[in-house]
Write a protein that binds this ligand. Structure first.
Ligand code: ARG
Length: 396
């Protein structure tokens, strides 16, 4: 992958730093986060530069809802016009956060245009670094680069290596880690399943999902960071198209010795990919659930026993996702919580804003819909570096 600042106006890495090779030490920089709702102090916001529509990979069709305009779309560079507009949204979002005193970093410089070759697979391009949430998992004072399950996203961590290097030098307790790299060879996927998938009805895809039959096999250790929901000592991981059971076992074995408890969650969803438009923590004691994606039997109990309230999200404002978008209209509930009383919501989602208002939140509208096609909503577009607060036990 070529790395250069010249074609990358939003890149975070100044040229002088690139020439000297010495990472900056940013005084006062702090890495730490245990949940999605404590006061946000430092965050990464994605960029749309050079983003590509990757060629279909064995896992990708299954992850695109049948009614999505993305199905069957042609691989290639996204139009410069759509990239500029998405960056306008993302830069506006970053500015809103900065105006509130939150430190905002942007990913580094990668041209996703290059072909990716590994001994196990070859694909005509990468993807992009608009949704940092998928790639980076902040667990306390460590940031883990996830394995990822799309071939096109295999090298996505490169967009963050310079920033992470800086965090490592600046916060003496911060740890940077990489999960096992998957092979993503043809053995990693059910190739026949994928070929059949395009012809399956919604009922059939739902039946497969309820049976937990996914296109990803158990050959690799696979998870995307956005399948992991952090609630202090308790970590909830969605088993689905982007995260397999081996991935969940790996998360358990890594984090349980550190005092975390790992729980697996499944939802009645034909395309279970990333938990953050399905089940979202809003503040201690309050969860937002997608009414179209109920939890599997028995999985509400831990919340109810501990007096957590689960409210259902209101209907999204839109009947369809925007053009060339991978996600569903439920990005309406994909919000960024700034603190227990403040939330960023996409500006066109009026009903969702009203619901937050009734739940006692101050709502900050953010224009982001034109960036949805680049990988998701307000939560997807960010990754936590620092939130105040400590690791609480919400489910004693
Ligand atoms: N699967 C979700 C939906 O379409 C989209 C989640 C996107 N999240 C993310 N972190 N990229 O409803």
């Amino acid at each position: 992958m070529s790395i250069s600042n010249d074609f990358y106006p939003n890149a975070s890495l100044p040229l002088e730093r690139k020439e000297s090779g010495v990472p900056y030490v940013r005084p006062g920089l702090h890495v730490e986060s245990y949940n999605d709702f404590d006061p946000l102090r430092h965050v990464i916001v994605g960029i749309a530069d050079n983003q590509h529509i990757p060629e279909a990979c064995p896992a990708s069709n299954e992850k695109i809802p049948a009614d999505s305009p993305m199905r069957g779309s042609k691989a290639g560079r996204r139009t410069q016009e759509s990239i500029d507009r998405a960056n306008e949204c993302l830069n506006g979002f970053a500015q809103i956060l900065e105006n509130r005193g939150i430190i905002v970093d942007r990913p580094g410089a990668v041209d996703w245009h290059d072909r990716i070759n590994t001994p196990d697979f070859s694909i005509s391009s990468g993807f992009g670094c608009m949704p940092p949430r998928d790639c980076l998992l902040t667990m306390g004072k460590s940031i883990l680069m996830a394995p990822m399950s799309f071939r096109s996203r295999y090298f996505e961590y490169l967009a963050y290596t310079d920033l992470l290097r800086e965090y490592f030098e600046s916060d003496q307790q911060c740890m940077i880690e990489q999960a096992p790299r998957p092979r993503l060879s043809d053995d990693s996927f059910r190739m026949d399943y994928v070929a059949a998938y395009e012809y399956l009805s919604d009922e059939e895809t739902m039946a497969r999902s309820l049976n937990k039959e996914y296109s990803t096999k158990e050959t690799d250790i696979l998870f995307d960071a956005a399948d992991v929901m952090r609630l202090g000592k308790d970590i909830f991981v969605q088993h689905g198209l982007t995260t397999n059971l081996a991935g969940i076992r790996w998360i358990k074995r890594k984090y349980e010795p550190m005092g975390y408890r790992i729980h697996t969650l499944s939802f009645a969803d034909n395309h279970p990919i990333h938990i953050d438009a399905t089940f979202c923590p809003l503040r201690p004691g309050l969860m937002l659930l997608n009414p179209h994606r109920p939890l599997f039997a028995g999985q509400r109990e831990i919340f109810e026993k501990n007096d957590w309230q689960i409210v259902e999200a209101v209907k999204p404002a839109w009947d369809n996702p925007p053009p060339l978008c991978y996600s569903s209209t439920w990005l309406s509930m994909n919000t960024l919580i700034i603190d227990h009383k403040t939330v960023c919501v996409e500006a066109s989602e009026k009903a969702q804003m009203e619901q937050f208002d009734k739940l006692d939140f101050n709502v900050i509208p953010v224009d982001l819909r034109d960036a949805y096609a680049f990988g998701g909503g307000l939560h997807c577009a960010t990754a936590d570096v620092w939130r105040e607060g400590t690791r609480e036990d919400y489910f004693p």
